[in-house]
Design a protein around this ligand. Structure first.
Ligand SMILES: [Zn+2]
Length: 310
């Protein structure tokens, strides 16, 4: 069976039978990957603790016809600060859910992957009120449905943009206005994010513009996906203790059923299992077997962009 090696961010997992899980990952070279992690729910599994949602990994998989099979996996980053903060968990879940919705299986997506890891790293190290909105606007641009910020989506005039209506194509001038009113600072902030000013935008303190930019980004994203982003509306339902990713259940919006034999896994928590994460068995990275201390993890990050350059 052919094998391949890639990086990945775990988007979600669902139980499969007694001991296995199906893990969905975003990868740069293979797009969205769905792979079986065999025996992962056994206490001695060398995979467990490395394939929790959110974890950034490097892995070797066997290619299967429908589902691949995880052969080896090594955690690069666990994003522990995100996991310990409900607000950050909520932002991360939303990003993972949206990437899961837009990513295509086996279609390389190096840009989107790099942006996801960059945004998660920013969320881990220096969260910003503009982070989620910036991520979503940039993702929409990547998807080819970014907003026009130089002219009205209705009449094409270059006057001030004062409203937003996703169904009308985006930002609208005073004469075309409908949908939601939008502040001038909000338009400026989104323009800044989409024209190379991400770092400066992320450095800004919380503001009405940042909140509005995020709200509109969510509206535009949901319009593009033609479905609700459930993670963004879950609020206090989120529990870090029980989180297994943004969705373990069937999807009521699309009617998509979980894989046969799969069921939500309520048993495992979010935090990686330190004992199994340090398991010497999986031997993928040079530091295999070493405890995932900060030094080893920093060295393991393979050539990813610095903070806030996503
Ligand atoms: Zn107009």
């Amino acid at each position: 069976m052919a094998t391949y090696r890639d990086e990945g961010v775990v988007l979600r997992t669902i139980r499969l039978g007694e001991a296995d899980r199906i893990v969905t990952l975003a990868t740069p070279e293979h797009g969205k990957v769905r792979a079986v992690a065999k025996g992962i729910r056994k206490t001695k599994s060398r995979l467990s603790g490395r394939l929790e949602p959110l974890t950034h990994v490097t892995m070797i998989c066997w290619r299967g016809r429908e589902l691949d099979v995880v052969n080896q996996v090594e955690a690069i980053e666990h994003f522990k600060a995100i996991r310990s903060d409900l607000e950050r968990v909520s932002v991360a879940m939303t990003m993972l859910e949206v990437v899961d919705q837009v990513a295509l299986e086996r279609h390389p997506m190096p840009e989107m992957f790099r942006m996801l890891v960059g945004a998660l790293r920013t969320l881990e190290e220096r969260p910003s009120p503009a982070l989620l909105g910036s991520f979503l606007w940039k993702l929409l641009v990547m998807e080819g449905v970014g907003p026009s910020l130089d002219q009205c989506a209705g009449c094409g005039s270059e006057g001030e943009l004062v409203a937003f209506d996703a169904g009308e194509g985006g930002f609208l001038c005073r004469s075309c206005r409908r949908g939601q009113a939008v502040g001038a600072e909000t338009v400026s902030l989104i323009r800044q994010v989409l024209s190379g000013g991400l770092r400066a935008a992320l450095d800004q303190p919380a503001s009405r513009a940042a909140a509005e930019a995020e709200r509109l980004a969510m509206v535009a994203t949901e319009y593009h996906l033609d479905r609700r982003v459930r993670s963004a509306h879950r609020g206090t339902e989120i529990s870090t203790a029980g989180w297994q990713g943004w969705s373990n259940t069937s999807n009521p919006d699309t009617g998509e059923a979980p894989h046969a034999g799969a069921a939500p896994d309520a048993g495992a928590g979010l935090a990686p299992d330190a004992g199994t994460a340090a398991d010497a068995g999986a031997g993928l990275a040079p530091d295999a077997g070493a405890a995932p201390d900060a030094g080893a993890e920093a060295e393991a990050k393979p050539g990813l962009p610095p903070l806030a350059s996503w």
